[in-house]
Design a protein around this ligand. Structure first.
Ligand code: DAH
Length: 370
């Protein structure tokens, strides 16, 4: 008969000495595994006489239960120690300086666009869009540019190669094609896809977007941004246009000191037509508004030409309207004192950090001025 006491003492020592879960498992297998010492003892019960079994059974089972409990305790202790070690290893040292994190900035053009949209939205305008790659009809013909007229050249157009069917697409030279698209949709036949709310006559939309012309100097870049405006209703006149643009300018520049002037001009798509300038001072390298003797042109506008209304299926005797095209980047230059338009698209990170805006700090979407 085996003396169980040395076996238990030895086992307890081995369990206590097991330094990790693998070592503990080895001890468990040696005692309680299929061929383990305690398992062998349990098996030997089968060969004992009933008296022996009655005596030995409780002893061996007790040994098995205590060994099992010891192993479980040790496993829990090892688990806890492993967790402790992991926590210690992964501890966050809050006293360490934070790693430098570069934050992007909102590009001034996007900031200005957002501000403009917010101001016009308050005046009841909704936003319309059109494609950057346009066709001749929407960019020129539908806007009353006569065919083969030099006015088309005036825009320094980027044309794509002619397609097999003879069509030659182009990069839109202005956002005015959006007008035609909106008016055509407004007059869509019954059953045509629904137009968005606010796009049926009366119409009051703005259309911001990228525009392209082959041109480059301090105030021109081959890609720039415009915002089209279009109002169509009954009995609309030039006074509505002037009020809208003057009101916009005062809100945009956040001062009543803005001085604007309308100069007579010619656009094929408006009659009468005008350009609007903002008074500014450009003498010191930066641009300041509300002072100085310079004028910066920021938009063209006028009363929508009856030919365009007719082209879009609207009766000029019933509907009139005004339209305008604002230079978004130029407005940004004026408001935020950026002297050279080419820098705006040079993607120089230092310039962007300087002139860019925080995505979170502007308290009022219509104001980037601090
Ligand atoms: N599309 C013109 C340009 O790019 C600007 C313009 C003038 C837009 C008169 C208009 C308008 O809507 O009525 O020079």
């Amino acid at each position: 008969m085996t003396d169980l006491i040395p076996l238990e003492t030895d086992l307890a020592a081995q369990i206590a000495a097991a330094g990790d879960l693998a070592a503990l498992e080895a001890v468990r297998v040696s005692a309680l595994g299929k061929t383990g010492a305690i398992s062998a003892l349990l098996k030997s019960l089968g060969g004992m006489s009933p008296d022996e079994r009655r005596e030995q059974g409780p002893l061996i089972n007790g040994l098995r239960d205590r060994a099992t409990a010891l192993i479980a305790d040790r496993r829990a202790a090892l688990d806890a120690a492993a967790l402790e070690a992991q926590l210690a290893a992964e501890a966050v040292d809050l006293t360490l300086p934070a790693p430098p994190r570069r934050r992007g900035a909102v590009h001034p053009t996007m900031q200005v666009m957002d501000e403009m949209v917010a101001i016009f939205a308050e005046m009841g305008f909704s936003v319309a869009e059109g494609p950057d790659i346009e066709d001749d009809f929407h960019n020129f013909t539908g806007l009353n540019f006569p065919p083969k007229h030099p006015a088309r050249e005036m825009h320094d157009t980027f044309f794509f190669n002619e397609r097999e069917d003879g069509e030659r697409k182009l990069l839109r030279t202005h956002t005015s094609p959006i007008q035609v698209r909106v008016m055509q949709r407004a007059n869509a036949p019954t059953g045509a896809p629904q137009f968005a709310a606010g796009q049926e006559p009366p119409i009051r939309i703005i259309g911001p977007g990228r525009t392209y012309r082959c041109d480059s100097d301090r105030t021109h870049t081959p890609m720039f941004h415009q915002m089209e405006g279009l109002v169509i209703n009954r009995a609309i006149h030039m006074g509505h246009l002037k009020w809208t643009l003057d009101t916009f300018c005062r809100r945009f520049f956040e001062t009543d000191a803005v001085v604007t002037r309308f100069r007579p001009h010619h656009f094929p798509f408006t009659e009468p037509s005008a350009e609007m300038d903002v008074q500014c001072d450009r003498s010191g390298g930066a641009i300041k508004i509300g002072e100085g003797s310079d004028w910066l042109e920021i938009l063209g506008g006028g009363m929508v030409h009856p030919n365009i209304l007719r082209t879009c299926g609207l009766d000029p005797d019933e509907w009139q309207g005004f339209a305008f095209g604002l230079g978004i980047d130029r407005l940004g230059m004026l408001k935020y004192g950026m002297p050279d338009l080419r820098d705006v698209f040079a993607a120089d990170v230092r310039w962007l950090q300087h002139y860019g805006f925080s995505a979170f700090s502007a308290p009022n979407p219509a104001s980037g001025l601090s």
